[in-house]
Design a protein around this ligand. Structure first.
Ligand code: C2G
Length: 129
């Protein structure tokens, strides 16, 4: 059973998120996703439109995802990988290199992002309506 782990805010769930989760699910047998708590988003300098609970419910409803859990801080990844026995840690390539320090306990993979869509762009376009 190959377990893939990833993390994100996943606010205003869009095709960029779906396509990434689909590709991640194809890397293994089980995909687990850490969803950023609202408090952690504040640390990331992000304010999400949907609450943690709503974002977790939406991502958990995605057919490519097997399990979601809270992402509370930057430091929990190593413990999570061990706790969930993850074989692959994967993120979109905007994080390229940022998590290579985890490669002593799992494979670290960065996948191409989907161009021309992001939560920020959606918010900007909506504000112009
Ligand atoms: N993503 C993507 N294509 C897009 C937008 C996002 O592939 N057009 C990917 C990102 O690369 C990331 C995932 O979708 O791997 C989630 O993106 P965000 O919700 O923006 O997550 P982020 O704020 O980057 O939080 O500890 C890691 C952080 O929690 C990641």
């Amino acid at each position: 059973m190959k377990v893939v782990i990833t993390y994100g805010t996943f606010d205003l769930f869009h095709v960029g998120h779906v396509r990434l989760l689909k590709r991640l699910s194809e890397l293994g047998d089980k995909l687990i996703v850490g969803i950023s708590l609202d408090e952690f988003n504040n640390l990331k300098g992000k304010k999400s439109f949907f609450s943690y609970e709503e974002r977790a419910e939406i991502v958990n409803a995605c057919k490519y995802v097997d399990f979601v859990f809270p992402e509370c801080d930057w430091e929990q990844k190593r413990d999570d990988i061990i706790k969930y026995q993850a074989d692959i840690f994967a993120m979109g390539e905007d994080w390229e290199g940022k998590f290579d320090f985890l490669n002593d306990i799992c494979d670290v993979v960065y996948l191409p992002r989907t161009e021309d869509i992001s939560t920020t762009e959606i918010k900007n376009k909506l504000s112009e309506l």
